[in-house]
Ligand binder design. Structure first.
Ligand code: AP5
Length: 216
């Protein structure tokens, strides 16, 4: 089973992808994470894409598709993918379709846009193991120290307030169009992403459990 998590920046896609990965034996494929790794490792790809990311713009479709298709090939033994942050454009969605990569479900995270800045300004990420925290909603036990690996917690470069605005604008201009695209295919389910993390998790479980039972 392949599923897509669709929603604006900070709507909780990454947080819930981790839960789905652990509970349903699916593999998270986060384009944002793949891109951030490339930047951190200073690869040629990382060098090329960091200007887009640091300015809050989407990485061009052809680069994104190369990275995603290559990752799918490498991980093909997995039971299915949770596409987190991909596709972001109609071109990316059509490319999945043309390659016969079937999507069974799209979960659409609906959030009041005024909440996004509040969440992202407080997001912290472990520099070493990438675990995510939120100093208000999901705080680490010790200030700025990762519970899991004791690594240093840092702020994502693109979580600066002016960049968050650009990311939201890109979502409204481009990614938002995917809602109609997938609704027409009748595989899109809306969830209320304004709720606390545990309640959003329950909404997802209520959607996924019947689907998993059907597949058995
Ligand atoms: P990406 O990493 O995908 O960023 P994004 O979509 O902007 O999403 P975020 O990671 O910011 O938010 P999220 O929805 O995952 O929320 P999270 O769970 O972390 O992409 C980064 C960049 O890469 C893009 O801007 C672009 O440049 C490039 N890129 C990526 N994919 C691309 C593509 N397909 N095409 C082209 N370019 C691409 O939660 C956020 C915070 O809120 C956390 O602190 C969390 O603890 C907290 N939180 C989560 N849920 C809740 C809740 N229910 N209540 C309270 N707090 C919560």
């Amino acid at each position: 089973m392949n599923l897509i998590l669709l929603g604006p920046p900070g709507s909780g896609k990454g947080t819930q992808a981790k839960f789905i990965e652990e509970s349903y034996n699916l593999k998270q494929l986060s384009t944002g994470e793949l891109f951030r790794n490339a930047v951190k490792e200073k690869t040629a790809l990382g060098h090329h894409i960091q200007q887009y990311m640091n300015n809050g713009h989407l990485v061009p479709d052809e680069i994104t598709l190369d990275v995603v298709l290559d990752t799918i090939k490498r991980l093909k033994e997995s039971a299915g993918f949770i596409f987190d942050g991909f596709p972001r454009t109609i071109v990316q969605a059509q490319s999945l379709y043309e390659r016969g990569i079937e999507i069974q479900l799209v979960i659409n995270f609906i959030i009041d846009l005024s909440r996004i800045e509040d969440r992202l300004a407080r997001r912290r990420i472990c520099f070493s193991c990438k675990r995510e925290y939120n100093i208000k909603y999901q705080p680490p036990k010790e200030l700025n120290i990762c519970d899991r690996c004791k690594g240093e917690l840092i702020v994502r470069k693109d979580d600066a307030p002016n960049i968050i605005k650009k990311r939201i604008a890109d979502y409204q201009g481009l990614t938002h169009k995917l809602i109609a695209y997938y609704r027409e295919k009748q595989i899109l389910k809306d969830i209320d992403a304004d709720l606390p993390i545990e309640e959003v998790r329950l909404e997802i479980k209520n959607i996924l459990d019947p689907l998993v039972r059907e597949k058995k």
